[in-house]
Write a protein that binds this ligand. Structure first.
Ligand code: NAI
Length: 330
């Protein structure tokens, strides 16, 4: 079993300058939480709408090289696929011995796309929570799970810093919060595994379910509300997290329970089992990471084509109409 931590000593980083590089999903949420906790936070960002938002919220925004020079703690809150080039150009040249670099995912260090110098601490604090949740939980005095790891312990205190930062952003030291001792490798594998297996399959299964209901004379509105638009899924996933994957089924009608238990296993075919093992093989041997790096280098041709296909699908088109009617989309 992994080691779990529920608290940390934030005073270790209390007097340090924390430079958050990037003000997107995670960067903005963590910066706001840190500032509310009384920490010295500054933002390093390129001049774009994120920088503007940070300034509008009262943060001081520096260029990335300046922010790296000024910070004792450097938090990598920009997208994984752009980190390697930003690292080489703007981050590494401005690091000095003893700085603490925090990654929010294990991706670039595990795959060797970023090779930090030996004279800095290299820490991972990977939230198992989207940025909005990081902020919302903090405001509701609740914690959230993080996976923590250390790939270089220059100071000898890297694990303590990982816990200090986890506490400072509101992950631990609050109800529901936990830091799981992990590694850059484990975080990367588990994160990508979800994305490449059940999480992606889930979206496409719902879209296919929509097609089948429509073929069978169900109205687009009734089909979409049944499958995802009502928000019932939110209640189910909340119950899964709180009560357990199968334990939450007890809260459904017995007809529903019987349907889940008889039909659910049929979808886990030998082909699906093979695909899951193929997915993890391509994650572990770096095949997927190389494919994604190449895709970025070529200007995202496959990524853009797949998005086009999704946006042309019946489910997307009908959803657009319904969500506009419901005032969820402009
Ligand atoms: P994001 O996509 O929200 O990042 C936006 C920020 O990146 C902006 O400040 C933008 O100015 C900057 N940026 C974009 N392109 C840039 C470039 N070429 N050069 C310099 N800056 C650029 O990023 P997000 O989703 O917050 O992810 C950040 C890190 O957090 C990643 O390592 C990710 O794996 C990790 N993470 C993200 C989660 C999430 O909820 N999205 C959950 C857990 C971890």
């Amino acid at each position: 079993m992994a080691k779990l931590y529920f608290d940390g000593n934030m005073e270790l980083i209390r007097n340090m300058v924390i430079s958050i590089i990037g003000f997107g999903n995670q960067g903005s949420a963590q910066a706001l939480n840190l500032r509310d906790g009384g920490f010295r936070v500054l933002i390093g960002n390129i001049e774009d709408e994120y920088a503007k938002r940070a300034r509008d919220l009262g943060f001081t925004v520096y260029s990335i090289p300046e922010a790296v020079k000024l910070g004792n703690v450097i938090v990598m809150a920009i997208p994984d696929e752009v980190q390697p080039e930003v690292w080489v150009k703007d981050i590494q040249p401005n690091l000095s011995p003893g700085k603490i670099v925090i990654f929010l995912s294990g991706y670039n260090v595990f795959y060797g796309f970023i090779k930090p110098p030996r004279d800095v601490d290299v820490i991972m604090v990977a939230p198992r929570m989207i940025g909005e949740g990081v902020r919302e939980n903090f405001l509701n005095n609740k914690g959230f799970p993080v996976l923590i790891g250390v790939s270089n312990d220059y100071s000898g205190k890297a694990w303590d810093y990982a816990l200090a930062y986890s506490k400072a952003i509101g992950a631990i030291g609050r109800p529901g919060g936990v830091a799981v001792e992990s590694s850059f490798e484990e975080e990367t594998i588990t994160d990508l595994f979800s994305e490449h297996t059940w999480a992606g399959a889930f979206l496409f299964l719902l879209a296919e379910g929509y097609n089948v209901l429509i073929e069978n004379g169900v109205s687009p509105e009734a089909a979409m509300l049944e499958l995802w638009a009502s928000g019932e899924l939110v209640a189910i996933t909340k119950a899964i997290a709180e009560k357990g994957l199968f334990a939450q089924l007890r809260g459904h009608s017995t007809t529903s329970q019987y349907g889940h238990l008889t039909w659910g296993p049929h979808y886990v075919t030998d082909e699906v089992k093979r695909l899951m093992r193929e997915a993890i093989r391509q994650i572990k041997n770096g095949e997927f990471a190389r494919e994604w790096a190449l895709e970025k280098m070529l200007g995202y041709p496959v990524f853009n084509r797949l998005w086009d296909e999704v946006m042309k699908s019946r489910a997307w088109q009908d959803e657009d109409r319904l969500y506009k009617l419901l005032g969820r989309r402009k």
